[in-house]
Ligand binder design. Sequence first.
Ligand SMILES: *Cc1c(COP(=O)(O)O)cnc(C)c1O
Length: 320
Amino acid sequence: MSVDRSTIWPYRDGEAGAFYYQRYAHPTGAEAERVLGELDGGHALLFPSGAGATTAVALAFCKPGDTIALAEGAYFGTHVTFDQLEPWGLQVQEFDQTGPPPDGADLVWLEAPSNPFLTMPDLPAAAAHPAPVVVDATAATPIHLRPLEHGADFVLHSATKYLAGHDDALLGAVVCKRDEDARRLDDFRTRTGIVAAPDPAYLLLRGLKTLELRVRRQTESAQGLARRLEAHPRVERVRYPGFGGLISFDVADAAAARTVETSLQVITNATSLGGVDSVLESRARWEGDRVPAGLLRLSVGVEPVETLWDDLSAALDRLA
Ligand SMILES: *Cc1c(COP(=O)(O)O)cnc(C)c1O
């Protein structure tokens, strides 16, 4: 399908059809939602970014005074988004997602695997909690995990990352298990105007055609690179959940991390993850002392794995 940028569609015989004004819905977005909904096994809704999707879920399903139990070590940006909502009466309590969520939480927010610590949540423990469960599965993608089949109520994606996959579309998505939740979130989205435009929706549709190919290749390469990083004498610790294209590993300190960042020739020294081009960065530049000073996050792309290892090992050898 090609992108339709119309903001209006004519009534037929005086009656509105499926599409009439873009803020309510548009054909490109609806098609991308259909495809993503099938992949995750629920009802998908697009948002202009992952952070926009996070904001919409929090505002549509929480009320003043509510507490969100947030996975410790989860995406830094999620915590800072919730901080913005604190004046509206939302509280955040961090907890270790490898165990049960705290009693009294009104919404449980997990990440599979967490970015950049790459822990996996205890999904059965979260499903047993009375509060609705959101799983940010940006890093797992539906190729590796379908959280709705494990008791989650909502899946959240930064579609900017693996789903679109080429570092050229900013987009978020929420996949709802229940139709009534999808209707509530859709209504909230239309009324507040936190809506995704047709162009990024088109890029998502195109990216989804190769999602499985890309993610399988990235996983295979990341598995090999994680093993080789483990064996490298300048690498102090490797975090890798066994699947997916994200690895985080520690070198001695901030100076060593900077040397690796600035020595790479093939892997781009940039933020973000999930694209076809490999990127690496020190996370302490954003997260401060929440992460080890020498922690480097590597998002493995689709380049030949030997090329990636040659680049990484040459950079690490400069630490000798
Ligand atoms: C990037 C990211 C987000 C935020 O998404 P944006 O599209 O940048 O707004 C949320 N969760 C995770 C795990 C991410 O990596």
